[in-house]
Design a protein around this ligand. Structure first.
Ligand code: ADP
Ligand code: ASP
Ligand code: MG
Length: 410
């Protein structure tokens, strides 16, 4: 059987960790499986490379940034291949380019457009364990791109889809998907399984345990994803899939949060048709993804327009928004970069208005002020001050009784 596995940064954080992963992989190889193993950069390498670039330049060229960040995964991949060879196994590490991973040209957030699997298949055919550097690919012009933070998950699911692996195995520092980040909620509960739509919503709203594009790819290509611990041998884990759930209850499935949100407000915008397009098209063209948008009722033909972006995107967003302000003759641009968002997620939320009231009451009782609110089909999100987000997550986890598998009456 062909197995596609991915080991995250904390699982390959040191030489000892890499040797431990090699032992695991070797054992599976000895059991007779073919293996394609995707790796992340060691530990905090990607963050360190980002810090290093900032100590050199405030405005690095996107292509240089991606080339720099892609090196982290090359290091862990080559080291893992060496460790496997020392254990007596044929192993070869490949860069994204060598593995045939092609992407579009959006540096730092590229999407995989195609995988040319010949080299991978040849190496598997030769009996090699194939190690692939996660998080990277190349454009048609041979520029190296990266897939966005956490993007090694996406490399793994894309390879599992292309190579028709029955499941994509994601090994990390937690033993599955929990009802909330277990680092924040001590009594968070591991889910046995979760559907693609709910997991995509959790990931998109900030649950960094899975990259949202990875879940989306799994859904589109119908690749079940197993999230499990790289340390425990038989941790059970959580299965992400599209079928019936073991826990098929009409309730909130989990709480997601994202502590890195910024809000930009354009004040005194002329209140006339076409303004939203004039504001948001240039931001989209710059590759900035705008999340929540709120327009306040206008007075004297003017209104205020607020929207959120990730904190990392704030400097560029402000630059562009000031240009837009000048074009529109808007009064001012303000920003708040100390915000976070917290979401309740679950298929049971569809057409069930009771959840909103329960969420707002829980936040009120925890003394958390709500700055913005937005609803989607299977989630409800509130923007709060970053200092309150962990309290908010815990309060919501308690309010929806997520520590127990039982349904709660609404
Ligand atoms: P890796 O380096 O293996 O890719 P990540 O740090 O990206 O690992 O993701 C694992 C982390 O995700 C966990 O340590 C945990 O703190 C966090 N996390 C956030 N939300 C959840 C959740 N709902 N369930 C499990 N882990 C979560
Ligand atoms: N190394 C990259 C990051 O830290 C990709 C990944 O770990 O998935 O975001
Ligand atoms: Mg990750």
């Amino acid at each position: 059987m062909l197995r596609v596995q991915k080991y995250g940064g904390s699982s390959v954080a040191s030489a000892d960790h890499i040797k431990r992963v090699a032992l695991r992989v070797a054992k599976e190889r000895e059991a007779g499986d073919d293996l394609v193993v995707v790796v992340s950069a060691m530990g905090q390498t990607t963050n360190q490379l980002i810090d290093l670039s900032r100590s050199i330049s405030h405005n690095p060229a996107p292509r240089e940034m991606d080339l720099l960040l892609s090196t982290g995964e090359l290091v862990s991949g080559a080291l893992l291949a060496m460790a496997l060879r020392d254990l007596g196994h044929g192993a070869v590490s490949l860069s994204g380019f060598q593995a045939g991973i092609r992407t579009d040209t959006d540096f730092s957030r590229a999407r995989i457009t195609q995988i040319e699997p010949k080299r991978l298949q040849d190496e598997i055919g030769r009996g090699n364990i194939v190690i692939v550097a996660g998080f990277q690919g190349t454009t048609d012009d041979f520029e190296v791109t990266t897939l966005g933070r956490g993007g090694s998950d996406t490399t793994a699911v894309a390879l599992a889809a292309e190579l028709r692996a029955p499941v994509c195995e994601i090994y990390t520092d937690v033993d599955g998907i929990y009802t909330a980040d277990p680092r924040i909620v001590p009594d968070a509960r591991r889910l046995i399984d979760i559907n693609y739509d709910e997991m995509l919503e959790m990931a998109s709203e900030g649950a960094r345990v899975m990259h949202n594009r990875a879940v989306e790819l799994g859904w589109v290509y119908d690749v079940p994803i197993l999230v499990a611990s790289s340390l425990l041998d038989d941790s059970g884990g959580t299965r992400i899939h599209g079928g019936e759930l073991m826990e098929n209850r009409n309730k909130v499935r989990g709480i997601a949060h994202d502590a890195g949100i910024a809000r930009v407000t354009l004040l005194g915008v002329p209140d006339r048709p076409g303004i939203a397009a004039q504001v948001f098209s240039p931001l989209a063209d710059a590759g900035i993804s705008v999340d929540i948008i709120v327009q306040n009722a206008g007075q004297h033909g003017l209104s205020d327009l607020s929207f959120t972006v990730t904190r990392d995107d704030l400097p560029e967003t402000l630059e562009r928004t000031r240009e837009i302000q000048a074009e529109l003759g808007a009064a001012d641009v303000t920003a708040d970069d100390h915000l976070a968002k917290v979401s309740i997620v679950g298929a049971g939320l569809t057409n069930s208005p009771g959840y909103a009231g329960a969420m707002f009451r829980a936040l009120r009782d925890a003394n958390v002020n709500i700055e913005m609110i937005t609803t989607a089909e299977i989630s409800l999100t509130c923007v709060v001050h970053q200092d309150h987000v962990e309290d908010a997550v815990r309060a919501l986890h308690r309010a929806f009784s997520l520590e127990t598998p039982d349904d709660i009456p609404l």
